[in-house]
Ligand binder design. Structure first.
Ligand SMILES: [Zn+2]
Length: 123
């Protein structure tokens, strides 16, 4: 696990939760949906949505919510803060700026070159 202080972990947790709520609000505005919903419930909801609604943006937001949910689960676990590709530290500053980051900057740019379509809009 990356070497975070208690205080850094608290900051990261707050950043994760803040971003998660932001995404929930954004999606809620787009769908005029009024409940707090998890990424999984949203996916189900989207499966039943009329075809004429463009869901590409919402898909991206749901993906990010999933990553945030994953990070929040990992927050107290050993491998939180480690790059899922190379195992090096993602870095506190980067995690604070992009709470859903799963890779260090090097691996993220390699990943985006290899999979341009799946690249993360905000990274
Ligand atoms: Zn890496």
């Amino acid at each position: 696990m990356a070497d975070f202080t208690e205080h850094q972990l608290m900051q990261l947790k707050a950043a994760l939760q803040k971003r998660y709520l932001e995404l929930q609000h954004e999606i809620r505005d787009e769908l005029a949906h009024t409940q707090d919903i998890s990424a999984e419930e949203l996916t189900e909801y989207l499966n039943n949505i009329p075809d004429d609604i463009d869901t590409a943006l919402i898909d991206r937001q749901i993906n990010e919510m999933r990553e945030l949910e994953m990070s929040m689960r990992y927050l107290s676990e050993l491998d939180f803060g480690d790059c899922i590709d190379c195992g090096n530290e993602i870095g506190f500053e980067r995690l604070l700026a992009y709470p859903s980051a799963q890779r260090c900057i090097d691996c993220q740019s390699r990943f985006e070159e290899a999979f341009p379509k799946e690249s993360h809009s905000s990274l």
